[in-house]
Write a protein that binds this ligand. Structure first.
Ligand code: NAP
Length: 251
């Protein structure tokens, strides 16, 4: 695939997990990728190395998005044109009862405030027809006890819809990719835990845990030229999560 050749993409939180897979996929599509990370320099270097080994273009940029100067740091080395922004970096929160005001501020700073100001800073660098893609979560429509995290993702869904309407006159699309249960460090309860994995299989129509590449391929779809008429959408990418009890339709 070379559909994104000549484009530049910023992927936040691309040192690990879904962000790494998204960065690799957009690079394979031809984009030059800014691999953002928070603190894990070695992992970010692995992402860049994987991309360059496959013939793609990437460089890493460090910025702690929990800090007040995080967005400024990120943009120190980003120049126009920036064609694709993927707000993927996020942190999980403690359970409701254990969440302190500082925890609350931190999860909102990384998951909501940073994407908001990253987009504000990016827009003057983005040509008409560019793409903004925010990574949300299914926890906006199924309940989990880590309420602060879930609330941040609800805020992102609202941001995407409102922003899509605002940016339409520039032909910039804004879409929200909403993963289900996907293998990554954030889901360490799945690691070496076949019983938990079987439980997930029972909830998913397509019968398996999601892989980072499942999400990356969906990001690639909305980043592509063919997605020019799709905007303001929250796209659930979860293999059919919680569609109902799983029973075969045949014997
Ligand atoms: N995994 C799932 O099942 C799932 C489901 C629904 C939605 N999601 C969403 O998918 C996205 C990626 O999740 P993931 O599972 O891949 O997470 P992950 O494996 O925990 O990776 C998180 C990424 O965010 C970066 N990050 C964390 N704190 C940061 C900070 N303070 N400043 C800057 N960067 C920071 C990390 O950078 P460092 O490596 O430098 O720490 C890392 O690159 C998130 O938006 C998440 O909410 C995931």
């Amino acid at each position: 695939m070379t559909g994104l050749r000549g484009r530049t993409a910023l992927v936040t939180g691309a040192s690990r997990g879904l962000g790494r897979a998204i960065a690799q996929r957009l690079a394979a599509d031809g984009a030059s990728v800014v691999v953002h990370y928070g603190s894990n320099e070695a992992k970010a270097a692995e992402t860049v190395a994987a991309i360059t080994a496959a013939g793609g273009q990437a460089h890493a940029v460090r910025a702690d998005l929990g800090k007040p100067d995080g967005v400024d740091k990120l943009f120190e080395s980003i120049a126009a044109p920036l064609d694709i922004v993927v707000n993927n970096a996020a942190v999980f929160s403690p359970l409701f009862a254990d969440t302190t005001p500082d925890d609350f501020d931190q999860v909102f700073a990384v998951n909501v405030k940073s994407p908001f100001f990253i987009i504000q800073r990016a827009l003057p660098l983005m040509p008409d027809g560019s793409r903004i893609i925010n990574v949300s979560s299914g926890v906006t429509w199924f309940a989990i006890p880590e309420l602060a995290y879930a609330m941040t993702k609800g805020a992102l869904n609202v941001l995407g819809r409102a922003l899509a309407n605002t940016l339409g006159d520039r032909q910039i699309t804004v879409n929200t990719i909403s993963p289900g249960i996907t293998r990554s460090d954030m889901n360490d309860w799945l690691r070496d835990n076949p019983a938990a994995e079987q439980q997930v299989v029972g909830m998913v129509a397509l019968g398996r845990v999601g892989e980072p590449e499942d999400i990356a391929d969906a990001v690639s779809l909305v980043a592509s030229g063919d997605a020019r008429w799709i905007t303001g959408e929250v796209i659930e990418v979860n293999g059919g999560l919680f569609l109902g009890p799983r029973k075969a339709a045949h014997h």
